[in-house]
Design a protein around this ligand. Structure first.
Ligand code: SF4
Length: 154
C-alpha cells in the first residue's frame, strides 16, 4: 500500500484531535472527487512498518492527546490496500487502547467483500458511499454528499 498524506495532528477529519492517513488507490472515479491524485495506487509514498509505528507512537503521545485515527484516501478498502490496512488497524487496536478508528470508503457497507468486512469489523465508525456531486452539501459534517452515511458501529 502507498499513502499520499499523513497528518500527525488533525481536527478536521473526524471528531476531536486525531491522526489522519490518506492512502493511495481508489477505483470509484466519483465525479467531482476532491482527491483525484490519490486514485493511482502506485502514487504517493510506500507505507511501511516504520510508518505504522509512527502512527502508533503519535496516538500514544501524551503531549498531544489524540482521540483516534482517521483512515481516508483514496480508499482504505481498495482491494490492494486491504492487507496493509488490516494489519494497521489490528496494530492500533492492540497498542493504542482507548483510541477510536474512523474509516471513509466509497464502497457501501452492504456490498463489502469478506476481506473488506474483516477491516470494518475492527473500526468504530465507517462513512460509506461514493461522493455524489448532485448531493454535495458543504454544511454536512464528516461527509461530502448526503447519500453518504455515518455508521457508528461500536
Ligand atoms: S471514493 Fe473518494 S477518493 Fe475515491 S473517487 Fe470517490 S471521492 Fe474520490
Amino acid at each position: 500500500m502507498n499513502y499520499h498524506q499523513y497528518y500527525q495532528t488533525d481536527v478536521i477529519n473526524g471528531p476531536g484531535t486525531r491522526a489522519t492517513l490518506f492512502v493511495s488507490g481508489c477505483e470509484h472515479q466519483c465525479r467531482g472527487c476532491y482527491n483525484q491524485s490519490t486514485w493511482n495506487p502506485c502514487s504517493g509514498h510506500v507505507f511501511d512498518a516504520d510508518m505504522a509505528q509512527r502512527i502508533v507512537d503519535d496516538l500514544n503521545d501524551e503531549r498531544i492527546k489524540r482521540r483516534g485515527l482517521s483512515l481516508s484516501g483514496g480508499d482504505p478498502l481498495y482491494p490492494a490496500n486491504l492487507d496493509a490496512i488490516l494489519s494497521l488497524v489490528k496494530q492500533v487496536k492492540e497498542q493504542c487502547p482507548g483510541k477510536d478508528i474512523w474509516l471513509w470508503t466509497g464502497y457501501r457497507l452492504a456490498e463489502l467483500s469478506s476481506q473488506q468486512q474483516a477491516v470494518v469489523d475492527l473500526v468504530n465508525v465507517v462513512v460509506d458511499g461514493k461522493f455524489e456531486q448532485e448531493l454535495a452539501d458543504p454544511s454536512l459534517v464528516f461527509r461530502g454528499s448526503s447519500n453518504q452515511i455515518i455508521h457508528y458501529l461500536r
